[in-house]
Design a protein around this ligand. Structure first.
Ligand SMILES: NC(=O)c1ccc[n+]([C@@H]2O[C@H](COP(=O)([O-])OP(=O)(O)OC[C@H]3O[C@@H](n4cnc5c(N)ncnc54)[C@H](OP(=O)(O)O)[C@@H]3O)[C@@H](O)[C@H]2O)c1
Length: 325
């Protein structure tokens, strides 16, 4: 059998849909490993690529999926057949065919063994979001013990990791959500205060505490970011990670300059490989020792990729969504 199922898009733009196509099984080059995919993580980045907003246009039809986990299908120099592996990095699903397929050929440098304590779903889903939260909080925000950290979009992939890491590192953690169903889960992850934006106002709720915010991790943007700027402490750092709520945020510069506060961007694709490796080691140790949990909200078969994608956009998930062949 030389063909496999792959979740593809045939066009870019808002009308583009995920289609399950029969495509040839990739033939790995000498630098690549062929992996039989067991789980692949869904990310907002897949939507950005689908819409055609990513600067590097993929060839059509395009197989999405930037992360995944599975077993080695063909032994390579240092990997035995059937070893459990996950994929982190390598541009899959962006400019190369991605992980939403039964098989994927991956540059060996981006393939790592799955530790025994991890299942395929977790291994597929933890990488991008935990690395983003870890590096944005530690390297861009310089989070330290005692900081008051505000996590915007706390129930998302990045947000649920950020709540736990900030709490573990000694911060006072406040997280926002847009649905009451997420509140208990957020406390369960260690948030000290939860703001339910469906019935509470961010500015009012922070003011009630009598304290300002030292660090904002912003995955939402839109009209939420300007509100966060109203509740800052002197020399606060606001890290712009994503814009799930809209890319345009009107910023009042007076909110920043009067407090010597700053907004910084974060882009995981600009992080040095050595630093990524250090962060990954720390994250895996935290997961192994139970200090960090990867929440898998729901799994969908490849044949229901469109439903999975609608579920991501519905904002009902808390944590990650995975696709399985
Ligand atoms: N810069 C980087 O290197 C980097 C790396 C990874 C991800 N990102 C970006 O960071 C953002 C978050 O990623 P993620 O994986 O955490 O995404 P996610 O799992 O989809 O979570 C996004 C969260 O944002 C909240 N949200 C608020 N308004 C929203 C809206 N209008 N539409 C959708 N969600 C809304 C949702 O929670 P509530 O509805 O409860 O508020 C949701 O839980 C995305 O924009 C992603 O592209 C950037």
């Amino acid at each position: 059998m030389n063909t496999m199922k792959a979740v593809q898009i045939n066009s870019f733009g808002p009308e583009s849909r995920f289609i399950l196509n029969d495509v040839p099984i990739p033939r790995p080059t000498v630098d690549q490993v062929l992996i039989k995919v067991e789980a692949a993580a869904l990310n907002p980045l897949d939507n950005i690529i689908r819409l055609g907003h990513f600067p590097i246009p993929a060839k059509l039809p395009h197989t999405l999926g930037t992360e995944g986990a599975g077993i080695v299908a063909e032994a390579s120099e240092d990997l035995k057949k059937k070893e459990r592996v996950f994929i982190s990095g390598g541009g899959l699903g962006i400019f190369a065919p991605g992980t939403f397929a039964q098989y994927v050929a991956v540059d060996r440098r981006f393939v790592r063994l799955i530790p025994d304590f991890m299942g395929f779903d977790e291994a597929a889903a933890f990488g991008l979001v935990s690395l983003t939260a870890w590096l944005a909080l530690r390297d861009r925000a310089g989070l330290k013990e005692g900081d008051r950290a505000l996590i915007l979009g706390g129930g998302g992939g990045v947000g649920h990791m950020a709540i736990q890491l900030a709490r573990n590192w000694g911060a006072h953690v406040i997280a926002t959500f847009s649905h009451p169903a997420k509140v208990e889960k957020a406390f369960g992850l260690g948030a000290h205060q939860v703001i339910d934006l469906s019935k509470q106002d961010l500015v009012e709720e922070v003011h009630k505490t009598g304290h300002g915010i030292d660090i904002v991790l912003d995955m939402v943007g839109g009209d939420l970011l300007p509100k966060a700027l109203i509740v800052l402490n002197p020399r606060a750092r606001v890290i712009s990670v994503g814009y799930s709520g809209g890319a345009i945020s009107p910023v009042n510069v007076v909110d920043l300059l009067r407090l010597s506060a700053e907004i910084r961007g974060f882009n995981i694709f600009m992080v040095e490989p050595g630093r990524l490796q250090e962060a990954l080691g720390s994250i895996l140790a935290d997961i192994q020792e139970g200090r960090l949990k990867v929440l898998i909200d729901k799994g969908f078969p490849f044949s229901e990729a469109q439903e999975a994608f609608q579920y991501l956009l519905s904002r009902k998930a808390f944590g990650k969504i995975v696709l399985r062949p």
